[in-house]
Design a protein around this ligand. Structure first.
Ligand code: PMT
Length: 429
């Protein structure tokens, strides 16, 4: 089911030029299936009209604390109580100050004061106003009160200045809203994710690689962030910008990836607590050129065919699995998840691969099946586990595959499985 379907969102608009961007946010949320109620301060109506807000949201804009259409004067209480999320965008310096002081002198601030559930604000103001000690104090107070923030971002402003104070783009606010509403099944957990291809250089101009776009790992990282985890993303060369909030470790070759993965995974030994789980979705090259030529290999330097000599790369998944028995410093067990990219007989080969590499869970995808595997926005996965789990999922968006995978990992972490030794014995046939 679509996440936003039936979600009730109140969007409070403050009086700033960024109010125009909020119209796009309303449009996107409504298109996604949410029910929107716009609430505008008197100053917001200098920038956008009630008619525009109504046309885009499908609901009359609320603008007055004591509207004649609401004879009991309880609109602010009803809205505050019924909404799943309250988004304030743009949140001006004045609006943040009034919120921090608990003022309730218009409909928006009154309903913010009456609100018990989550509130997300997207500040927008001139950089000097954002940096002013009064605004810093107000932001601190609001954070301590549990108010969530999206932005502001740095860039050119409508006032002609350049600095921090730009309201975040609608897509960023939408993702922050999604995070605000996602159950925190990985709160307090750290997750290590690998994504993308590796690139094994032959010479300064050529390399061996594969078709991985990094989308699968990107979605897993985003799902883990939404679920409240701290995420380390070790990523091969891809064209995707990382999801906001990950700790990114860009790498090129399999050997680089191994080094980055181990430096994160082994933090456990250096007086810090390492990740609770590793999800290795990267398509790591199994081989690399035995020697990297320092000069470009010249065509015709050798008569006839060119023969490349390849050396095996280290198996990162097998190494992590071998060490996953070492518990975290506080005694918690760790979980290691691999991906198996197969072409035909996927389940049998995936079972064999999980045993050989020794991981707890393995997401098997047949990369030759339509809509599945490299570069697609969808994937068909069968999740198998050390505990005997074999769960075939239908063709789903990679976003949904990632969400299901994160739920499975959270369940393993919360309910550590007693390893069944029979599951780790290779079938001799
Ligand atoms: O990036 P996308 O375009 O979205 O595509 C997604 C994907 C197809 C890359 C992804 O769903 C996937 O299948 N990832 C695993 C690709 C792979 O390398 O599969 P494998 O069967 O060769 O390896 C099995 C596991 O061992 C993987 O977890 C891999 O990360 C790991 N491995 C492999 C080789 C190696 N030297 N070290 C490893 O750790």
């Amino acid at each position: 089911m679509n996440f936003w379907n039936g979600k009730r969102i109140v969007i409070g608009l403050g009086g700033g030029i960024a109010a125009y961007k909020c119209l796009e946010l309303i449009r996107r949320l409504r298109e996604a299936g949410a029910a929107i109620t716009p609430v505008a301060t008197p100053d917001a109506l200098r920038f956008v009209t009630p008619l525009t807000l109504q046309a885009l949201s499908g609901t009359p804009a609320r603008t007055e604390l004591f509207a004649p259409s609401e004879p009991d004067g309880m609109d602010h209480i009803r809205l505050a109580r019924e909404a799943d999320l309250l988004i304030v965008a743009p949140a001006t310096a004045n609006l943040l100050a009034r919120m921090a002081q608990g003022q309730a002198d218009d409909l928006l601030t009154a309903l913010l004061l009456a609100r018990r559930g989550p509130v997300l604000v997207a500040p927008a103001m001139n950089p000097a106003m954002w940096e002013h000690p009064a605004t810093r104090r107000n932001v601190l107070t609001l954070r301590e009160d549990g108010i969530l923030f999206a932005g502001p971002e740095t860039g050119p402003m409508a006032c002609g200045e350049d600095g921090q104070g730009r309201m975040s783009e609608p897509a960023t606010i939408l993702e922050a809203a999604r995070r605000a509403l996602t159950p925190k099944i990985l709160a307090g957990r750290r997750i290590l994710i690998t994504a993308g291809p590796t690139r094994e250089e032959l010479d300064p101009v050529r390399y061996l690689t594969n078709h991985s776009s990094g989308k699968m790992g990107w979605e897993i990282a985003r799902a883990a962030l939404r679920a409240g985890a701290q995420v380390d993303l070790v990523q091969g060369p891809v064209s995707l910008a990382p999801p906001l909030g990950v700790r990114l470790h860009p790498v090129t070759s399999a050997c680089d990836m191994l080094e980055a993965v181990l430096s994160v995974w082994l933090r456990n030994r250096c007086g810090q607590t390492g990740p609770d789980a590793a999800i290795l979705s990267a398509a790591v090259a199994d081989y690399r050129p035995e020697t990297r030529q320092t000069d470009k290999i010249k065509k015709g330097a050798e008569p006839g065919n060119l023969t490349l000599s390849l050396a095996p790369n280290p198996d990162i998944l097998a190494m992590l699995s071998a060490w996953s028995g070492v518990r975290l410093r506080d005694g918690r067990q760790r979980v290691v998840v691999g991906f198996a990219a197969e072409t035909g007989q996927a389940l049998e080969r995936g079972r064999e691969k999980r045993l050989r590499k020794g991981c707890d869970l393995m997401a098997i995808n047949d990369v030759s099946a339509p809509g599945s595997g490299f570069g697609t926005d969808t994937n068909a996965v069968t999740l198998i586990g050390r505990d005997g789990l074999e769960d075939p999922w239908p063709l789903l968006s990679k976003e949904l595959v990632a969400e299901r995978l994160i739920a499975a990992v959270a369940d393993w972490l919360d309910h550590p499985r007693v390893p069944d030794p029979r599951m780790d014995r290779c079938n001799p046939t």
